[in-house]
Structures are given as structure tokens and as C-alpha cells.
Design a protein around this ligand. Structure first.
Ligand SMILES: Nc1ncnc2c1ncn2[C@@H]1O[C@H](COP(=O)(O)OP(=O)(O)OP(=O)(O)O)[C@@H](O)[C@H]1O
Ligand SMILES: Nc1nc2c(ncn2[C@@H]2O[C@H](COP(=O)(O)O)[C@@H](O)[C@H]2O)c(=O)[nH]1
Length: 395
């Protein structure tokens, strides 16, 4: 390992992070030293890790997490939080029975909320989502779930679902690879951390088509999402659509209709869904969906992108209260600090298993700072002179 950073948590463990050498690039490795047993451990590392880099810096943020700044990266990929003792990590540690840490990527400004769509089988969720991703391919992306059910004739692996063996999916759930999972209609369904990251990394808003139980899990997590429930105009119409689709056996249809009654009851659970849409006429429902997602007439959302800047390979960081001073360049000679940024963490939110959003960045121009110091000094000299003249005249 090179560039090693050591931090102590709860006076019990030391977390050591550093670059694991791999030719010119290195990936960030994590080790835990248990002070009570005197043993080193390789923890379970959850979440998507920062990619390889030529260098990084780190600083302890609080008793729960470490901030890692990746050098030679743009602002949307340079801030990473290694959570060592957050509520999420403690919960996962208890579940797995071993030392656990989790990565969460930092987002400047507001992270785009996930869009969670639930509703009974056959109500038209998939149809509405396809319309949205086809009309706005660069704006929305579909989270491809894992399932243990068999593919339908028109379904492609990796496009509609990741079709998986139950034993493999159970192991992946055990390893903390899923944001949520549910047993639905006799099969396992789940959203992996990666399925959401793949969409978000393309700069798109991620849409999840998941059962009500899955929506509950997301609601209970630190992930920020907008929750939409789709209702049929009547139970008879739902049954008609499910039969007309012709993808299920009679036994499966009965099972899905039975579950539909429970899901329709749960739609009104207080605080679960933000919006309920009735899918009677498809076009009307689609227009209403677009409206509540903030899509203007011209198809543009009102959300704005955060500004971009680069953190160079050579930089240093310093924590002052809730602010991190990032000095770009080195202190010596020609490459003296050319640029400084303040990373403000006072409004940060979220964290693993999602992203840490609400970060603010201000640029500080060192040359302007010099001018400001000079101005202040001149003002002080003038004030002293003025006082001296006043006193001289008075006496
Ligand atoms: N408003 C509508 N009016 C009539 N038919 C519709 C409407 N919306 C969708 N459908 C049809 O209903 C059937 C079920 O739709 P879809 O497969 O999108 O449902 P779903 O909610 O995604 O179901 P599942 O949860 O089982 O995946 C499809 O054949 C679709 O073409
Ligand atoms: N909790 C989750 N539920 C999911 C997920 N992916 C799909 N689903 C729900 O399953 C049913 C049945 O789907 P089908 O494709 O077999 O008709 C449907 O209500 C989906 O919303 C998931 O990742 N997690």
C-alpha cells in the first residue's frame, strides 16, 4: 500500500486506507485493526468503490466516516465517503457478523431523486416506463432488477431483468449487493446497488419498477426518491389487462390478482406514496406522470446541473469545522497553490447505500485573498493616522 491514512473509531478500531499499487494507477484498499484483539481484518466493503487513481487524499469527517478526495478527477467523481460507523454500516455489520465498511459517492448539490413506481401486476407500470424512457432516452434510465422467475418469450437477460438462480441471488443479498429485495408471486425480485449506479453514472434519472414491499424498504433507507403508485380504473379492468397480456398461466393470474388486492390496500399506507395515478386512458395517465416529474411542455425538466471543476493529482486537504479547504498544486516553487476550493459539508445528506448529496463547493482565488489582506492593512494604517491626527489636534 502507498499513501496510507489511519483513523481511529470508537477507540476500538483503527481504519487504514491506502492505495493498493497496480502499475501507475492504484485502487483504494481498506484494512481494520481491532485494538482489543490486536488483529488485522479485511472488512466486507459495500457499495461501488472509487475507481483506480494515481493519487488521493483523505481526512476524518466525524466519528462515522472518512472523506477521500481522488486526484486527477472531475467534481462529479472526486469526492467519496468511506463509512465506518454510520447507522447503515452498523446494521450491515450486525447482519453479516463481521467488520463492514461502505462507500458512498459525494454529489455536489442535489442528487436527482430516484423514481419508484409501484402498483399491482398488469396495471401498466412497464408500459408507462417504456414510454418515458423512449421519449426521453437521455434523461431517464431503467433500473434492471434481478429476478429468479423464468424469462417470458420477449424478455432479454440484462434488458428486462437479470435472470438469476435463487442460490446466486440469495448469496448476493447476503453479501449486501442489493438495495432492496422482495419475494413476489413466489419469486425473488431485487434492485442491486449496481443497477441504480449504472443509470445514475450515465447522468440519467433512475426509474425503479418494484413491488410495494420494495418501495417500503427504499422509503426506510437513506435513499432519496419520489414514490408513485399506479392504480387501475377497476379490479375488472386489471384482470382484463393481465389476461390479455397472455404471459401468465391461470394459476399465476389468480396468484397475481390475489396479491393485487393487498397491494391496492397498501397504496394508502400513510407516508409511503407521494402520488397516486389512475391508469385508465394510457395517454392521459402518461401526461399526468410527465407533469408530476416536472417535465415541461418542451420535455425539459426544471432541474439544473451542478458546476464542474477538476481536482488535480497534486493537492492537499485541510478540515476546518464543517469545511474542507482543497489546495490545488504544491506549496513549492513554480507550482505554488494556483487554486483553492472550499468543500462545505454542513448540508450533506444521504450516504450509503446511496449517495452523499448536498455538498457545496466555493472557489477561493488566492490572488484575490492577497489583495483583500492588503486592503485591510491599508485601512488599518489610515485609521491609525486619522486617530493620531485627531488626538494631536485635541491636545
Ligand atoms: N391504460 C391502459 N389501457 C389498456 N391497456 C393497458 C393500459 N396500460 C397498459 N395496458 C396493457 O396492460 C398490460 C399490462 O401492462 P404492463 O405489462 O405494462 O403492466 P405492469 O404493471 O408492468 O405488470 P407487471 O407488474 O406484471 O410487470 C399490457 O398488455 C399493456 O399493453
Ligand atoms: N421489490 C421488487 N419488486 C420488483 C422488482 N422488479 C420487479 N418487481 C415487481 O415484481 C412484480 C412482478 O413483476 P413481473 O415482471 O414478474 O410481472 C411487479 O409488481 C414488479 O413491480 C425489484 O427489483 N424489487
Amino acid at each position: 500500500m502507498s499513501e496510507i491514512f489511519v483513523y481511529e473509531f470508537r477507540k476500538l478500531i483503527q481504519c487504514v486506507i491506502g492505495g493498493m499499487e497496480n502499475e501507475s494507477n492504484s485502487t483504494i484498499g481498506v484494512r481494520i485493526f481491532d485494538k482489543s484483539t490486536g488483529e488485522w481484518m479485511i472488512p466486507v466493503v459495500l457499495g461501488i468503490k472509487p475507481g483506480p487513481s494515481k493519487g488521493h487524499s483523505a481526512v476524518l469527517i466525524d466519528e462515522d466516516r472518512i472523506l477521500v478526495v481522488k486526484g486527477d478527477s472531475a467534481s462529479d467523481a472526486c469526492f467519496w465517503f468511506l463509512e465506518v460507523n454510520t447507522a447503515f454500516v452498523r446494521e450491515q455489520k450486525k447482519r453479516l457478523g463481521t467488520e463492514t465498511v461502505a462507500w458512498s459517492r459525494g454529489v455536489i448539490g442535489e442528487a436527482e431523486k430516484l423514481i419508484v413506481i409501484s402498483g399491482p401486476s398488469g396495471v401498466g407500470k412497464g408500459t408507462l416506463i417504456s414510454k418515458l424512457t423512449e421519449e426521453f432516452p437521455s434523461m431517464f434510465g431503467f433500473s434492471v432488477s434481478h429476478t429468479t422467475r423464468a424469462p417470458r418469450t420477449n424478455e432479454q437477460n440484462g434488458v428486462h431483468y437479470h435472470f438469476t438462480e435463487r442460490s446466486v441471488m440469495e448469496k448476493d443479498i447476503e453479501d449486501g449487493k442489493f438495495l432492496e429485495f422482495t419475494s413476489v408471486h413466489g419469486n425473488l425480485y431485487g434492485t442491486s446497488v449496481e443497477a441504480v449506479e449504472v443509470v445514475v453514472d450515465k447522468g440519467k434519472r433512475c426509474i425503479l419498477d418494484i413491488a410495494v414491499q420494495g418501495a417500503r424498504s427504499i422509503r426506510a433507507s437513506s435513499l432519496e426518491a419520489i414514490f408513485i403508485f399506479i392504480r387501475p380504473p377497476s379490479f375488472e379492468e386489471l384482470e382484463k389487462r393481465l389476461r390479455a397480456r397472455g404471459t401468465e398461466t391461470e394459476e399465476q393470474i389468480q396468484k397475481r390478482l390475489g396479491n393485487a388486492r393487498t397491494e391496492l390496500d397498501q397504496a394508502n399506507s400513510p407516508g409511503l406514496f407521494d402520488h397516486i395515478l389512475v391508469n385508465d386512458d394510457l395517454e392521459t395517465c402518461y401526461e399526468n406522470l410527465k407533469k408530476l416529474l416536472g417535465l415541461n411542455e418542451d420535455g425539459k425538466t426544471t432541474t439544473r446541473k451542478s458546476q464542474l471543476f477538476d481536482v488535480p493529482l497534486k493537492h492537499s486537504i485541510l478540515k476546518i469545522d464543517q469545511k474542507i479547504l482543497i489546495k490545488c498544486g504544491t506549496a513549492e516553487g513554480q507550482n505554488s497553490f494556483r487554486k483553492m476550493f472550499i468543500l462545505d459539508l454542513s448540508s450533506m445528506r444521504g450516504g450509503a447505500p446511496g449517495r452523499t448529496s448536498g455538498l457545496k463547493v466555493y472557489s477561493v482565488d488566492p490572488s484575490t485573498n492577497g489583495v483583500n489582506v492588503l486592503k485591510t492593512l491599508l485601512l488599518l494604517v489610515f485609521m491609525c493616522l486619522y486617530c493620531y491626527i485627531c488626538f494631536a489636534n485635541y491636545w
